[in-house]
Design a protein around this ligand. Sequence first.
Ligand code: ATP
Length: 292
Amino acid sequence: MKKTLILQAPAKINIALWVKHKRPDGYHELASIMQTISLADTITLKEIGEPGIRIFCDNPDVPLDGTNLVHRAATVFLDRFSIEPRLAINIDKKIPVAAGLAGGSTDAAAVLTGLARLYDKAVTVPDIMNMATSIGSDVPFVVHGGLALAEGRGEILSFYEPPKPPLVVVIAVPTGVSVSTRWAYENYHSGNNQAKEKAFGEVLQAYRRRDIEALKALVFNDLESVTLHRHPEVLKIKELLNSTGEGVAMMSGSGPSVFALFTDRRRAMNAVKNLDGMAVNVFIEHITRKNT
Ligand code: ATP
């Protein structure tokens, strides 16, 4: 009988993002604190009769060909186990596309772990992490999910228990703004490393103890200097989410999405009210533990 599997693929936010320097291989050396959240795509994997990998998604911004990261993930996995591709992948897209929330990466991660279950393959953690790294820098993190310190180009991971009870996260994505991750990195010029090193060293502990006041002084995302300069509306959204003083707002990844952390839903709703009149999509979510 042909099997079907349904999986959740969670978005991520960068609690802090430190872009250190450009490496000889062209990638940037990073240090980032990453966290998965409840906003998620739903991926359905289905064995089919005819050969090939067919992708379905009703969001017109998502490619349906070999450039979709789910296609790359399926190809890497099926090659690794010499399985002939006869697969349909449906993406129910909830995560805004090209928004700095790792939507494509998390879909790819779900396909890797899902195919191991669909084909009943015992895949070791190093093996799945190697496959993930070959697809993209953010993929290894979202394979595991939860809270991690990511180093290297994002693939060297140390996992931690996320704060308890879960923080509430507001995600605000300006409509009509899309940011290429590549463009953001190409336009970033590094500097001021000592102050960043000190702040970065303290962010993780402040975050884990849910200390919003400490986080206000410590969090930073180096790519904000690039994206906020080009897109002032992103800065405006950040300021509005910060204006109640009850949470801490930051851009995620290369943007343009902005997230804000709150200790409870009431405080989150107070800040959301301030976004009235802005061209923005808002999601009220919470941080999540590791993927299951
Ligand atoms: P990151 O935070 O990892 O840099 P992002 O969240 O900014 O990524 P994505 O949503 O992954 O960006 O989309 C970036 C581009 O990748 C899209 O413009 C799209 O063309 C392409 N893409 C490939 N596969 C997918 C997918 N499964 N979902 C969304 N976009 C995809």
